[in-house]
Design a binder for this molecule. Structure first.
Ligand code: FMN
Length: 227
């Protein structure tokens, strides 16, 4: 019994990062953080890190109560002339997160790529994408996934199993007859970043943290932060 590890010991001795940490030359970064985010995302995809497209979306209700959940990243659009860059996700507008975003359209996103020891934090206002983007996104989903969306209200208490089975079967039937149906509540959203922070782990705890903040006069300001 004496050598039995406590939970605290087990947590403390876990390895945190992968062995092959990429370098981060903070003197050679682009002016626009979306360009750097795209570089890091592409590097994560190329290195086949686990699920580089998963991110945490944090929202809060008007009284300031926060909530966070995992979502899939749908797209990143770079800054083009006067059109600011954007980070895209999709969700039901009548889900708890959708309701929070209607009342308080601001969010924080967080990506963590363990194998590369990288974290990216993004925050800013949230906007609705065009209806056409939402439709394309919904119709790209597998019919079974679309049926689940139609069968019940996301995050509502689940009814008994036979009721769920009936609702899903009926939604599948509806989709087979109406293959192009997209619910009004399926929405593409994008965050327009006002702050983007890049965190890179390194051997011997020499972490680097680079923060970009949108300047009121246009463009971006950059500074290093204590890790
Ligand atoms: C890996 C992963 C990906 C997910 N992707 C999405 C997504 O793209 N959109 C979504 O609405 N929910 C997604 N979810 C479910 C959400 O985390 C969450 O449970 C759900 O959206 C309800 O959140 P809400 O009650 O805060 O509205 C995902 C969950 C996981 C674990």
């Amino acid at each position: 019994m004496a050598d039995e590890q406590t939970l605290r010991d087990r947590l403390r001795t876990l390895p945190v990062f992968g062995d092959d940490l990429p370098p981060f030359d903070t003197d050679a970064v682009p002016d626009d953080p979306i360009d750097l985010f795209l570089e890091w995302l592409t590097a994560a995809l190329d290195a086949e890190v686990s699920q580089p497209h998963t991110m945490v979306l944090a929202t809060s209700d008007p009284s300031g109560h926060p909530s966070a959940r995992t979502l899939l990243l749908k797209d990143v659009t770079p800054t083009v002339e006067d059109e600011p860059g954007a980070v895209w996700f999709a969700a039901m507008s009548d889900s708890p997160k959708g309701v929070e975003l209607e009342a308080n359209p601001r969010a924080a996103l967080m990506f963590y790529w363990r194998e590369q020891g990288r974290q990216v934090r993004i925050s800013g206002p949230v906007f609705h994408g065009d209806r056409e983007v939402s439709e394309r996104d919904f119709l790209a989903r597998h019919p079974a996934a679309r049926a689940t969306v139609l069968a019940g209200d996301q995050s509502a208490p689940m009814p008994p199993v036979d009721e769920v089975d009936r609702a899903v079967a009926s939604a599948k039937e509806f989709i087979s007859v109406n293959p192009n149906f997209v619910p009004e509540t399926w929405r593409s959203y994008f965050v327009q970043p006002l702050m983007v922070e890049f965190w890179q782990a390194a051997r011997h705890s020499e972490q680097k943290r680079l923060q970009y903040t949108s300047s009121p006069s246009g463009g971006w300001e950059r500074r290093m932060l204590w890790p």
